[in-house]
Design a protein. Structure first.
Length: 161
């Protein structure tokens, strides 16, 4: 069975024609882009905010991988150094309006890692969004080590001196 088109009906739906001027995308308005200009937040600014916000959470003993922490401890002992690097253990990717954060941490023994991770994610996300206006799309927390409490004084004597 064949169906014929009557009254010259078009086979595809028609849409009103648009000029190329109408097709230009309007830049997305955000807290960082406005009619007055653009605000750009550097990666090291986001790193520092994330590092400080992460360290504020109780249960975080240190930040960074083993070699990074060793280098940081050595750096702190050098006279005239600025002290601990607050961006240690923090990796960031910053776009025009969004940021993604990667954190390497050492937790204190006995702390729930899942609860601690969620607290860190929440605190870091809130701090960065509040201070920079960037939308934080993800905060990844990598637990690299567990800090053991100091051993009690009654440990067995070493066989070697």
């Amino acid at each position: 069975m064949t169906t014929a088109l009557t009254n010259n009906e078009p086979t595809t739906p028609t849409t009103p024609a648009r000029s190329t001027a109408e097709a230009v995308l309007v830049p997305r308005q955000s807290r960082l882009n406005s009619a007055e200009g653009k605000i750009i937040v550097a990666e090291n600014v986001v790193q520092k905010i994330a590092g400080i916000a992460c360290r504020e959470v109780s249960g975080v003993q240190a930040m960074g991988s083993g070699s990074t922490r060793a280098f940081g401890a050595l750096r702190e002992r050098i006279p005239g150094s600025n002290g601990p690097n607050v961006a240690q253990g923090v990796g960031v990717e910053v776009g025009e309006t969004e940021a993604a954060i990667d954190l390497d941490i050492v937790v204190e023994y006995g702390i729930s890692i899942a609860d601690l991770g969620r607290s860190i994610q929440r605190n870091v996300k809130n701090a960065i969004e509040r201070m920079t206006g960037l939308d934080v799309v993800e905060v990844n927390v990598s637990v690299d080590d567990v800090h053991m409490p100091d051993a009690p004084e009654n440990r067995p004597e070493s066989r070697v001196s």
